[in-house]
Write a protein that binds this ligand. Structure first.
Ligand code: SAH
Length: 208
């Protein structure tokens, strides 16, 4: 019998463009229900975003997988995530990278994610409570940066903290009634460029 996570990978990720075997393997191995509470737990392996505390959401599994795949995380990489939420995306990155720093502005979410990650045995994730639009300069530069909330423009601090040959994904809110544009930015020396991946719907990045 496949586990719920194995079924999720086979039915929702493999048929929809997730080809990176490391991403598939990691998402088979992490119990997504552990990152949820109450009734949301029953829906943990469904193909959709779900509510967590503080009016925030845990992203749809397919979006987590495609964002991770686009970042191409490597075992020696240091990763930065903005918007810890439940901690699920941080867990996925933690299985693929050496070290993950994740920044969350809601202390209650950060605390809960920290206890979930500890319970599941993750030892290479550090959670900071702060405004992630400023990044986390202490541990920069980062090989991969994943922004899990939508901004009007890419915050300058995040570009500065991206390593040479680094990759960054961020949902950009181009217009009020437009879907957000998920972008993959890459840096080569002083050259920063991006390509659009697909339209998404994330909660807003709230600065200050
Ligand atoms: N990656 C998460 C989902 C993130 S939802 C997961 O796997 O569950 C987006 C999160 O971004 C929310 O928790 C929200 O509180 C947080 N957020 C919004 N603005 C922020 C900011 N300026 N700095 C840090 N976190 C922020």
């Amino acid at each position: 019998m496949p586990t719920p996570a194995e079924k999720m990978v086979a039915e929702q990720l493999v048929p929809h463009g997730v080809t990176d075997e490391r991403v598939l393997e990691v998402m088979r191995s992490i119990p997504r229900d552990e990152f949820l509470s109450g009734v949301a737990r029953r829906h943990a392996y469904e193909d959709r975003a779900l509510a967590i505390d503080c009016g925030q959401t845990i992203s749809q599994p397919l979006v987590v997988a495609l964002m991770t795949q686009a970042l191409n995380p490597k075992p020696e990489d240091t990763a930065l995530e903005i918007g810890t939420g439940s901690g699920y995306q941080a867990a996925v990155l933690a299985r693929m990278c050496r070290r993950v720093i994740t920044v969350e502005r809601e202390p209650a979410l950060a605390e809960r994610a920290a206890s979930t990650l500890k319970r599941l045995g993750f030892e290479n994730v550090e959670i900071a409570v702060a405004d992630g639009s400023l990044g986390w300069p202490e541990s920069a530069p980062y090989d991969v940066i994943l922004v899990a909330c939508a901004a009007a423009t890419l915050p300058a601090a995040l570009i500065h903290q991206l390593a040479d040959d680094g990759r960054l994904v961020i949902p950009i809110q181009t217009g009020r009634d437009e879907p957000q544009d998920l972008r993959l930015y890459t840096r080569h020396g002083d050259e920063v460029s991006y390509r659009s991946l697909f339209p998404v719907l994330f909660v807003p990045l709230r600065t200050g």
